[in-house]
Design a protein around this ligand. Structure first.
Ligand SMILES: *[C@@H]1O[C@H](CO)[C@@H](O)[C@H](O)[C@H]1NC(C)=O
Ligand SMILES: *[C@@H]1O[C@H](CO)[C@@H](O)[C@H](O)[C@H]1NC(C)=O
Ligand SMILES: *[C@@H]1O[C@H](CO)[C@@H](O)[C@H](O)[C@H]1NC(C)=O
Ligand SMILES: *[C@@H]1O[C@H](CO)[C@@H](O)[C@H](O)[C@H]1NC(C)=O
Ligand SMILES: *[C@@H]1O[C@H](CO)[C@@H](O)[C@H](O)[C@H]1NC(C)=O
Ligand SMILES: *[C@@H]1O[C@H](CO)[C@@H](O)[C@H](O)[C@H]1NC(C)=O
Length: 687
């Protein structure tokens, strides 16, 4: 764009104006060209005036501050002795642009805080505002409104598309699914934050009533009258009385390529209306390239075919475009030369498409999780095999060859307690894994779904499942040509076949290494509650980390409770109960059998129950060297060796604390744990 004299003048004017207004507790930015924002992290003002808080780099943060700090408490003399913080209003226009349709992250926030130095804040789920040490600490004195696109159960997030009001930490005082209420009908309309659509948010604080309102809406529509959130919050003790506070915008990325843009922002103190934004003058978003996983059918429909053309031409055009679409898009796959060697494991996308009714969410969807969706399907004749197809978003090209090699390798595993992986297929940005369909679903649906459509699992069935998983894991660890680490053992990844025999499934995270070779240190992935504590510092997966998860699994199955129980009394861990700690406590007290699932009403052999529970404890010992190998575990279970006792010195190990202090733990861990709700659980055959 060429700068014309007039626009230079108006730019200078805007600058002067915003400076002037700034001194009055007001400011307005219609685009950020020439604005003197304090930028930090990866935040940049692009040449056309867009504020890009993040680029697509993973696990980073970016923030922008209005340069002049503001006083949120009037001097007592001026304020008639009141201690109330001043009212304020702010609004900004933003867009979150992702490479994937279904995931982005982590979001952005408007905030007011005592400092313009956020260097100690963490990216990812901490939004560049807090870190694992200071999150929730009242000495932060930070108020924030989060626009959050990842579900973090550790902060009590309601979903992966919400707006929340935060004070001093990321556990929101109030949060609502992103959306707005229609002025006419009062109907609630969802808005998808990561849609890339431009949206506007308004935050209004009434200092006397001590109420925060947050309103969200599409940018083109007038401001909705009814706020999305209206919550009583007293910011008087939060915002510093003595010093000035900084107002800013902050954002961070997790593992998925996401850009967080702010196009305009205005602010006013003392209940004055926010200076209006000049919508026509705001910078524009770049045209959106097709995103990975986007429904090309609807895009084609949008682009459309000129309506006025005669019906015949229309029919021909439709025929041609259908053919083109079918040929190039609908069944498009990515296939590279090196894949030749994996030929037998490669599925044709078209077959999978038809097998799953076109990936029909209504009829074929078995489960959804952080890593993708799972569909049930029947392969075409002659095989007519029932399969579960897992669709995983996969952005990176690098590592694909290795991944496919691993898939092919895992595809050769055959064991009666391992779910067979039949093969894979690749599309742009998507990887499809094809497993044998397990008609009885996941073990956790039986453990926690009992009473509904599933009868309670008997003790004998539980012991059989534990033994089955142990033998499957022994096969992976010791009896196959390579060492396979499963890395995500948990009840939701154990599936029951037609004979109710337990099989270890979901090798999405499995890591293979050649026998004798040193396991590589890798990104920590897995599920909170099943992650061995040493992973926090070494990040080195080993058979012992699988044994730890197996121990958690044993306790889970025997007790019928999740390894980390949220909101169940036992308050020493902030409302979280660690199952292992509790069982250990009972074990030292000599009544470990009483921790077995109470729904069994004692229908088990107390001695056997105690032995199994002790086995779970021994396997999830905090010290890796103290854990048995899977071969020993099988010997214990088969009675070929005496069941070990947890040493009396084995103390409550507060894995949780170790986890929480492990700054920089991969955000997958925090973002997709199976813990309380199970909403983010991915499992095959789960209903
Ligand atoms: C994102 O920003 C950071 C910090 O400015 C920079 O180091 C990185 O190269 C950028 N990444 C991309 C993909 O542009
Ligand atoms: C200020 O305080 C005085 C006495 O404390 C009271 O009479 C007066 O109404 C107050 N004014 C306002 C605006 O609150
Ligand atoms: C920001 O704070 C960190 C410590 O948290 C400090 O090391 C750094 O020097 C500060 N930066 C500035 C610009 O004050
Ligand atoms: C809160 O932060 C302050 C100052 O950093 C620190 O002294 C205090 O121990 C923290 N409180 C908790 C509960 O972590
Ligand atoms: C809006 O989102 C909520 C939560 O994700 C969901 O339960 C609801 O069905 C959605 N409503 C519509 C109309 O899409
Ligand atoms: C907040 O919303 C409520 C309910 O719509 C309204 O009565 C109140 O005036 C609003 N307050 C502010 C500060 O916008």
């Amino acid at each position: 764009m060429q700068l014309k004299p007039a626009s230079v003048v108006s730019a200078v004017l805007v600058l002067l104006l915003s400076d002037f207004l700034g001194s009055d507790g007001q400011f307005v930015y219609n685009g950020f060209s020439g604005a003197q924002l304090d930028l930090d992290g990866m935040a940049v003002v692009e040449p056309d005036g867009k504020l890009a808080l993040t680029n697509i780099s993973s696990q980073m943060k970016g923030s922008a501050f209005h340069p002049a700090p503001l006083r949120f408490h009037e001097p007592a003399t001026k304020n008639n002795g009141s201690t109330a913080a001043r009212s304020f209003s702010t609004t900004f226009v933003f867009a979150i642009v992702t490479d994937f349709v279904t995931v982005g992250g982590n979001g952005l926030a408007f905030f007011i805080g005592p400092s313009n130095n956020l260097s100690s804040a963490s990216p990812s789920q901490f939004l560049g505002l807090f870190n694992p040490q200071n999150n929730g600490n009242a000495s932060n004195r930070v108020f924030a409104v989060e626009i959050d696109t990842i579900l973090n159960p550790e902060f009590g997030d309601i979903d992966s598309n919400h707006v929340g009001v935060d004070v001093n930490g990321l556990s929101s005082l109030a949060a609502k699914t992103a959306g707005c209420f229609s002025d006419d009908t009062g109907e609630f309309k969802n808005l998808t934050l990561i849609s890339g659509d431009v949206m506007q948010i308004w935050v209004d604080y009434d200092g006397l009533a001590r109420v925060i309102n947050v309103t969200l809406g599409p940018v083109e529509a007038p401001r909705p009258k009814r706020p999305l959130i209206s919550v009583a919050v007293d910011l008087s003790p939060v915002l510093s009385e003595a010093a000035e506070s900084y107002v800013g915008l902050s954002s961070s990325t997790g593992p998925f390529h996401t850009r967080h843009y702010v196009l305009g922002w205005s602010f006013a103190l003392d209940g004055a209306p926010v200076p209006p934004l000049d919508y026509a003058g705001l910078p524009k978003l770049p045209p959106r390239p097709g995103r990975v996983g986007e429904d090309r059918r609807s895009r084609l429909r949008e682009v459309g075919i000129p309506v006025i053309t005669p019906i015949l031409a229309l029919a021909v055009a439709a025929g041609v475009s259908f053919f083109v679409w079918r040929r190039f898009f609908r069944y498009a796959e990515v296939r590279e030369d090196w894949e030749g060697e994996f030929g037998p494991h490669r599925f044709v996308y078209k077959d999978l498409f038809h097998a799953t009714g076109g990936f029909d969410d209504a009829k074929h969807l078995l489960g959804v999780g952080g890593f993708g969706r799972v569909y049930k399907g029947v392969l075409p004749a002659p095989s007519r095999t029932e399969v579960a197809v897992k669709v995983v978003s996969h952005g990176a090209k690098q590592g694909m060859k290795q991944f496919v090699a691993e898939v092919a390798s895992i595809g050769r595993l055959r064991h009666r307690h391992v779910v067979p992986l039949l093969g894979y297929c690749r599309r742009k940005g998507e990887l499809l894994l094809v497993y044998d369909y397990m008609p009885n679903g996941s073990l956790d649906s039986w453990l926690y779904g009992a009473g509904g459509d599933r009868p309670l699992l008997s003790w004998a069935q539980r012991v059989a499942a534990i033994r089955g998983v142990a033998s499957g894991l022994l096969y992976l660890h010791e009896d196959w040509e390579k060492v396979v680490l499963h890395r995500d053992i948990k009840a939701s990844n154990v599936l029951l076949d037609a004979d109710m025999s337990a099989r270890l499934g979901d090798f999405g995270l499995a890591k293979l290494y050649d026998r004798g070779a040193d396991p590589q240190t890798t990104r920590v992935v897995g599920t909170m509650g099943y992650l061995a504590p040493e992973l926090a510092c070494t990040r080195r997966v080993s058979p012992a980390t699988d044994v730890f998860a197996f121990g958690s699994f044993v306790l889970e199955v025997a007790c019928g409770r999740r390894p980390v129980d949220h909101g169940h009394g036992h308050d020493d861990n902030g409302g979280r109960m660690l199952l292992a700690d509790w069982v250990l406590e009972r074990c030292h007290a000599g009544d470990v059998a009483e921790t077995a699932d109470p729904r069994l009403e004692g229908a088990y052999d107390a001695e056997e129950a105690a032995a199994v529970l002790r086995l779970g404890l021994v396997c999830s010992h905090p010290a890796p060297a103290a854990r048995p190998t899977m071969r020993q575990v099988l010997q214990y279970l088969d009675g070929d060796a005496p069941m070990p006792e947890p040493a009396p010195t084995y103390r409550s190990f507060t894995t949780q604390a170790m986890m929480q202090n492990a700054d920089g733990f991969d955000s997958y861990v925090a973002s997709y744990p199976l813990s309380s709700v199970g909403a983010s659980v991915l499992s095959i055959g789960r209903r």
